[in-house]
Write a protein that binds this ligand. Structure first.
Ligand code: FDM
Length: 222
């Protein structure tokens, strides 16, 4: 009998919502309960494309807005499959899921579409196109935090996009994306304690991990 596949679980949300902490806690909890799980994050700054993106985010280089959008998308695609002549490197998303590993992903195509479409002159529709056909998450949890609550958690960092005006525009674009009922969105109240947020995320995830076993992996926005 074929091995049950792992689930693709994504955490999205505005800055300061606690995505990275919660991804790590979820992976740990799944592993502790005997379910193989690994964390991934986008952008993956370790690849050649990821390094271009990282320099852009750190404001060490400037890139044209369409160009950087496509690089963010390329950075996801390069983590989906092996390049055909790229023998011996670590298994990528599709293979891991097939092997029964649940992937917990810190940001995905939704950040891609929300951040670029928050810039003047970009439609959500155009921004979604390069990511059409990526592995479709079985669950996308949106960590919801009001701008006022985010401000209480301290100053924004130094990277590009880390201003409250831009984050508000991004939040609005996420609201548009969440209207799409083809994606399994769950909104999580990130103003709760870290433990309570974790409980809520775990319970959605456990349900998804068992449901995904008998469902084929879908294609995003297709
Ligand atoms: N970001 C992230 C994008 O603009 N597009 C994308 O596709 C993705 C995945 O990059 F400001 C933005 C969102 C955020 C920055 O920050 C990455 P972190 O701290 O590495 O998540």
């Amino acid at each position: 009998m074929a091995r049950a596949r792992g689930a693709l679980i994504v955490l999205e949300g505005v800055d300061k919502a606690g995505k990275t902490t919660q991804c790590a806690r979820l992976v740990h909890a799944l592993q502790q309960s005997g379910r193989p799980a690994e964390m991934m994050r986008f952008p993956d700054r370790s690849t050649t494309i990821g390094q271009l993106i990282s320099a852009y985010l750190e404001k060490k280089s400037d890139l044209e807005d369409h160009t950087v959008h496509l690089l963010f998308s390329a950075n996801r695609w390069e983590r989906v499959y092996h390049a055909s002549n790229n023998r011996g490197c670590r298994p990528l998303m599709k293979k891991k899921l097939e092997e029964g590993i649940t992937l917990v992903v810190d940001r995905y195509a939704f950040s891609g579409a929300a951040f670029t479409s928050a810039k003047p002159g970009f439609s959500l529709d155009w921004c979604m196109k390069p990511d059409v056909g990526l592995p479709k998450p079985d669950l996308v949890m949106f960590l919801q935090l009001s701008p006022a609550e985010a401000a209480l958690r301290g100053q924004f960092g130094e990277e590009r996009y880390e201003t409250s005006a831009f984050q508000r525009a991004v939040q609005q674009q996420f609201e548009e994306l969440r209207k799409d009922s083809t994606v399994n969105w769950q909104v999580i109240d990130a103003s709760q304690s870290v433990d309570d947020v974790h409980k809520s995320i775990s319970s959605h995830s456990l349900h998804t991990v068992s449901a995904a076993q008998s469902l084929p992996l879908g294609e995003l926005w297709k």
